[in-house]
Design a protein around this ligand. Structure first.
Ligand SMILES: [Zn+2]
Length: 167
């Protein structure tokens, strides 16, 4: 049973642009057959095996500030310079609506590291436009040309991250 959502979100959409970008994303998802007009999985989702007939699936387009989290037992990331593990709260305490991606100082080497330069998605990451895919099978190898995530990146532009959640 796969019921944990996959989150696919932009880190480049400003809040002021989120409703318009959400509409553009939704229209493209429908036009390309990934979802139906009622936001149920579309023919392309079934044809690619991303959603199964037995499992079903749902889609939610969220155009508001969202703190995306993997869930329980998150491991905070290692400094990209010295591999010291940052305290997860040192990261999250710096986040605000005005500063969604703060510079966080590494306790190991003292460098200020931009929020999105902390590797991986094991730490919470803010977004203003998020696609929550419940019971969809999105391969973690998102370099596969046919994958939904790759197509969203190509269609929408900017940086899109993918996160599995498991609460
Ligand atoms: Zn460091």
């Amino acid at each position: 049973m796969i019921d944990d959502p996959v989150l696919v979100f932009s880190v480049d959409v400003a809040m002021a642009d989120a409703p318009r970008e959400a509409q553009r994303l939704t229209e493209w998802l429908v036009a390309s057959g990934w979802v139906t007009a009622s936001l149920a999985p579309g023919p392309r989702a079934f044809a690619t095996g991303t959603v199964t007939e037995k499992q079903g699936g749902s889609v939610e387009v969220i155009a508001e500030p969202t703190l995306n989290m993997e869930g329980a037992d998150m491991e905070s990331p290692l400094c990209p310079y010295c591999e010291t593990q940052v305290d997860i709260f040192a990261l999250t305490d710096e986040i605000s609506d005005d500063t969604p991606y703060p510079v966080v100082r590494c306790e190991g080497c003292g460098r200020g590291v931009a929020y999105l330069d902390w590797p991986g998605t094991s730490h919470p990451i803010m977004s203003n436009l998020t696609l929550a895919l419940d019971a969809w099978m999105i391969p973690s190898d998102d370099t596969t040309p046919s994958s939904l995530v790759s197509e969203i990146r190509a269609e929408m532009g900017g940086r899109w991250l993918q996160m599995w959640t498991h609460f």
